[in-house]
Design a protein around this ligand. Structure first.
Ligand code: CAA
Length: 429
């Protein structure tokens, strides 16, 4: 018999669990979601004009409008630390068991980026810090690791942060599907946003659809093949999920997919219904709100699915309390996981909706020339001392390099509406 934790269980309550040896399985899941993106973006109309492409291809064909562009003194560490800040203000830090960074834009071959984040956020030394990798779906592996740990230790919390910069290169086919961003996910027992179901289905196969060798800053991708493999992983992962959970498509009220570009969500949703929908066509209402933020930000790899979940919870007009959401995480190379969770009653009181919307609304558009200049900014690779110009609007900055060491500081201007203003102030503004 499958164990089905429910949100009503306190960590110390016992549920009737058949023959399961444990007597106290709490509900575990996502207690908080916070994202951060750079303060500037390239409008895709600008890119279309510069590349002599009909803008309909980007807006309709790919479903993208804006692409977040990193400033020279930002990287996945600063984005991740900014994303995590709002989730740390009202918790007892001694309850934090670990901070796990999921990324495919790592900054060091040995030292985990999570350690830099641990330092910037001044986390207690008892809190572990490490990094995980499997293209865009390591965030889901990290989430599942966190859920298992919190199930064993229900008084603990784990902070999972997905942070990435998607780079394919100027003039490449992938150029309009670039982007950058980080999502911080607080995992706890009795979560206030989504209680995760224990069942999942995964699919792993060694393929070369997208990869980035250590000597490159930009990913290599076989674009059309990567879409085919994404769908192959979806089909197989969903089949395993269905076998394990006994649930069908009809048991899922909304769907969030990994979104390298939002149109991919439509392709995935149609495909899933064609394969498993018993002749019933897909309803795009089931995915519409999950793409609103991704359309404005672009691909942020490991963070993309979690941005889609945040977008759904913050933008869907209907109260989703008690509804089950199907989730698909895809990492090229490849591994895909289909899983699900139930939205918790009162979830809206614990979202950062106004802060996130203010964060997006306060970004600056770039010209094509500024985008190309920023894109080409590179740090020295010989360890030479280097100072980055002040550009980032956040508190945390990659100030430069000294003797092969990355120097991070917490002395940025901190002009971030999501952190410096209260939700009430943002609503009034
Ligand atoms: N108006 C409306 N639509 C238009 C249009 C116009 N004027 N012109 C073209 N289109 C449509 C096309 O018909 C096409 O639609 P369909 O997909 O329904 O056929 C769509 O716009 C895209 O056009 P093309 O296929 O011609 O685009 P492309 O050859 O330039 O490549 C891409 C698109 C493969 C996604 C490319 O941008 C790319 O390689 N991106 C990076 C790889 C990627 O994102 N892969 C996704 C799966 S892998 C994954 O998910 C992991 C990850 O994060 C990378």
């Amino acid at each position: 018999m499958a164990i089905r934790p429910t949100s009503q269980n306190s960590p110390l309550e016992t549920e009737n669990q058949g023959n399961h040896p444990s007597s106290a399985i709490p509900s575990v899941g996502i207690d908080g979601l916070s994202f951060y993106v750079p303060g500037q973006y390239l409008p895709l109309e600008e890119l279309a004009k510069a590349r002599d492409v009909d803008v309909g291809k980007f807006h309709t064909g790919l479903g993208q409008e804006k692409m977040a562009v990193l400033s020279p003194d930002e990287d996945i560490i600063t984005l991740a630390a900014e994303a995590a800040r709002p989730l740390l203000t009202d918790i007892d830090l001694s309850s934090l068991d670990a901070v796990i960074l999921a990324t495919e834009s790592g900054v060091d071959q040995s030292k985990a980026g999570a350690i830099y984040i641990h330092g910037l956020l001044d986390l207690p030394s008892s809190c572990k810090a490490f990094e995980v990798k499997q293209a865009c779906c390591s965030s889901t592996a990290a989430l599942q690791m966190a859920l298992a740990t919190v199930t064993l230790k229900p008084t603990k919390r784990i902070l999972v942060i997905a942070s990435d910069v998607a780079r394919y290169g100027i003039l490449s086919a992938g150029e309009p599907t670039q982007g950058a961003g980080a999502v911080a996910i607080m995992v706890s027992a009795n979560p206030r946003l989504i209680a995760m179901d224990p069942e999942d289905g995964s699919y792993t196969r060694d393929v070369m659809d997208f990869w980035r060798p250590n000597y490159r800053d930009e990913a290599l991708v076989d674009g059309k093949y990567s879409i085919k493999i994404y769908l192959e992983a979806l089909e197989n992962a969903f089949q395993s999920y269905q076998n394990e959970s006994g649930r069908s498509i009809d048991d899922l009220y909304r769907f969030c997919y990994h979104l390298p570009f939002t149109r991919m969500g439509e392709k995935a949703h149609s495909f899933l219904h064609k394969k498993f929908g018993a002749g019933k066509p897909e309803t795009f209402k089931q995915i519409e709100d999950s793409g609103i933020y991704n359309r404005q930000i672009g691909n942020c790899y490991t963070a993309a699915l979690y941005l889609a979940i945040t977008s759904l919870l913050e933008n869907e007009a209907e109260d989703l309390s008690g509804k089950r959401i199907g989730l698909f995480s895809y990492g090229s190379g490849c591994m895909g996981t289909f899983f699900s969770g139930k939205v918790q009653a009162g979830y809206r009181d614990h979202l950062l909706t106004h802060q996130h919307q203010a964060l997006l609304a306060s970004r600056e558009p770039l010209s094509i020339e500024s985008y190309e200049r920023m894109y080409q900014h590179a740090l020295p690779i010989d360890g030479e001392e280097f100072q980055n110009p002040q550009h980032a609007r956040g508190k945390f900055r990659l100030a430069g390099i000294e003797a092969h060491r990355r120097i991070y500081t917490a002395d940025g201007p901190d002009h971030i509406p999501s952190i410096t203003a209260s939700a009430a102030e943002l609503v009034e503004a």
